[in-house]
Design a protein around this ligand. Structure first.
Ligand code: UT7
Length: 318
């Protein structure tokens, strides 16, 4: 065994579906504007019992079931999240592992919307190096906890959920090298902080939307090019493009400008909105359950967001 592969996939989508009309009861906007500028029609907001730990553990259990694996076979748990700021346990990864009956070391990665791709590569590294036979990667977010419902840049974009993949050793590497980087000079373009104007709130997300939008369209096509060149592939040889679900206009523009417009492109954002570190596995699951992709298809995964940062790689789908 000299490589790693994704062998199981599971997700958790919170029960409560929230339409644009509900958002616009508080926000100075219209449902039509939200659809036109982002593609988003609905999102999911987690309720009190749908905690980060609960959502992550449920997605993780489904990924294990999908792989036909038991909790005893998990050697690492890597959680990617940026919304672990509320009442959840101090040590979220250990809480998730405990709920799942996993006794292996569990850690947390904080790389915002790039988090899932970063964690996936870390998992593949651990498995390839022989330090772990398997690693469970879980992206989980309760972005609704960070929202100011009156903020015109963020209130309608973000959403809650979890997605998990089990990574296991494979003869042939099926998770490619990652292209990672970012633009630290734009670190203030997305922030999560306490706000003096909202003294009763915990940390709140703020985003300079047009700055992030322009950066994404300028930077990401080159990142896709590097990933493809590194593998010696053309866009047409990839089966699916599964970028972070930030904005449908970004997804479509990057797909068109890189030649990936001709492959199957993830558009989970329409119904699920932007779940940060959970968006890539959630999108993967919708594509698989709707028959758009199948196990073994080659996908280009691309996370990007706060930092500003990006992380992308090629991988065969579970
Ligand atoms: O997941 C992390 C990474 N995040 C992203 O990649 C997000 C990137 N950014 C975006 O998705 C977009 O910038 C937003 C969706 C946040 C905003 O869309 P935009 O097309 O960049 O809007 P804008 O801020 O440039 O504003 C366009 C117009 C302005 O009106 P005028 O000046 O053209 O008359 C705004 O005042 O839309 C107005 N506007 C709104 N109207 C209704 C701004 N926000 C709203 C709103 N509802 N919520």
């Amino acid at each position: 065994m000299s490589g790693a592969a994704m062998v199981g996939l599971g997700v958790f989508r919170p029960r409560r579906v929230v339409g644009n009309d509900e958002i616009c009861r508080v926000l100075d906007s219209t449902p039509e504007w939200i659809v036109r500028r982002t593609g988003i029609s609905t999102r999911r907001f987690a309720q009190a019992d749908e905690t980060l730990a609960e959502m992550a553990a449920t997605a993780g259990e489904k990924a294990l079931a999908d792989a036909g694996a038991s909790p005893a076979e998990v050697d690492r748990v890597i959680i990617a999240t940026m919304s672990h700021v509320g009442d959840d346990p101090v040590d979220l990864p250990s809480a998730v592992a405990a709920r799942m009956g996993v006794r292996a070391p569990a850690v947390q990665v904080s790389a915002a919307c790039s988090g899932f791709a970063v964690a996936l590569r870390l998992a593949a590294d651990a498995v390839t190096a022989g330090g772990a036979r398997t690693a469970l990667v879980i992206g989980v977010e309760r972005m609704s906890d960070l929202l100011d419902p009156t903020d015109r840049s963020t209130a309608f974009i973000f959403s809650d959920g979890a997605g998990a993949v089990l990574v296991a050793a494979s003869r042939r590497p099926q998770i490619g090298p990652a292209v990672m980087g970012g633009q630290p000079s734009l670190a203030e373009a997305i922030t999560v902080r306490r706000r003096p104007e909202l003294p009763d709130r915990g940390p709140v997300i703020r985003m300079q939307g047009p700055t992030v939008f322009r950066w994404a369209l300028t930077e990401l096509p080159g990142v896709v090019g590097q990933i493809l060149d590194g593998a010696g592939l053309t866009a047409g040889e990839v089966d699916a493009f599964i970028p972070h679900q930030a904005n449908l206009r970004i997804i479509d523009a990057v797909a068109q400008s890189t030649g990936l417009g001709g492959v199957v492109v993830a558009r989970d954002i329409v119904e699920q909105a932007n779940t940060s570190a959970a968006s890539i596995p959630l999108a993967m699951e919708r594509m698989r359950s709707s028959g758009q992709v199948k196990r073994g298809d080659l996908a280009l995964l691309l996370g990007f967001g706060a930092g500003l940062s990006y992380a992308g790689l090629l991988a065969t789908l579970p």
